[in-house]
Design a protein around this ligand. Sequence first.
Ligand code: HEM
Length: 290
Amino acid sequence: MTHYRPFFKSASRHAMGMKALDPVDWLQFGDDSSQQLFERRQLIKERPGDVLTALPGSEAAQEELLALLLEHLEHVVTDRYQIGDDEVIERATGWSCRRAATSALSLAGQLVQEDLCLLQQQHGHYALTAAVLCFPAHWSLLEKLGKPLIDIHAPVPGFAEQLGNPVERLFDKLDAQRPVERLNWSLVDTDSLYLPPAHRRHEVTISPDQIGDQLWLRVERQTLRRLQQTKAVVFGIRTYVAPLAAAIDGSESADALLARLDEMPRPMQIYKNLTDVMPALITYLKGRST
Ligand code: HEM
């Protein structure tokens, strides 16, 4: 599994943290692929109303997304699937999905580890029009559907003031040939991938000697890619979860996380649900620091 540790880099509050993405690296399959794909297929089967959603008018973008994804799987990640006109078959397991029996978004969401959101221009702003979201980090698809980016991010401290305009400009300018990526991190008290809003931690006491095994670093590798025909933007979210102890493997990583916590404004600490665990977390990190 790729161990992303975004906390090594100081995040300027004004920066989006975007970097160019080679289109061949759009999708990432990892050691966790069989577990994550199994869970995605279960969730899509058992609770489609929670993890799949689309507004009327987004159908062409959904089809274009699936076509691009299948092309990628056929020509870039060639070893995973056998892609026929009627059926897609997973080579390793024999799992298969009939194309006529499955919606474009549902099929797309079952083939890759990424969650996939579509944003389309409405009244001059990009709004969430469709998504397959199996691994939400404490947010609800239905609550965000149809909203523009600025409203989607309403609970994020400082977003409107510092990131609203740059993000809007990035969406306007995004070139179909030049996708981008960024990383987002949080610390959570579970390794569950499906985290609807109700799972937010409240009163939890974790002692410093347990924290390495009871907190998980949850990293989202987020990608943005413009679809050529419909001009919709695909927001891909690939989720990585590892125990904090695996991420803090020495004094350098302990120092880096301490520095990020230290520079984080209080409203962001509250938003990221860190305040309850902060004293134990700092004791744990200082014990591993230089
Ligand atoms: C340039 C693009 C983007 C930037 C810079 C950005 C930035 C952020 C940041 C800083 C947070 C707070 C996360 C944390 O620190 O834990 C956040 C949360 C979030 N972002 Fe974005 N984001 C971007 C694009 C998107 C897009 C396209 C969506 C579409 C679905 C999205 C949906 C969300 C949601 C649902 C949350 C959680 C909000 C909540 O707590 O209710 N973001 N984003």
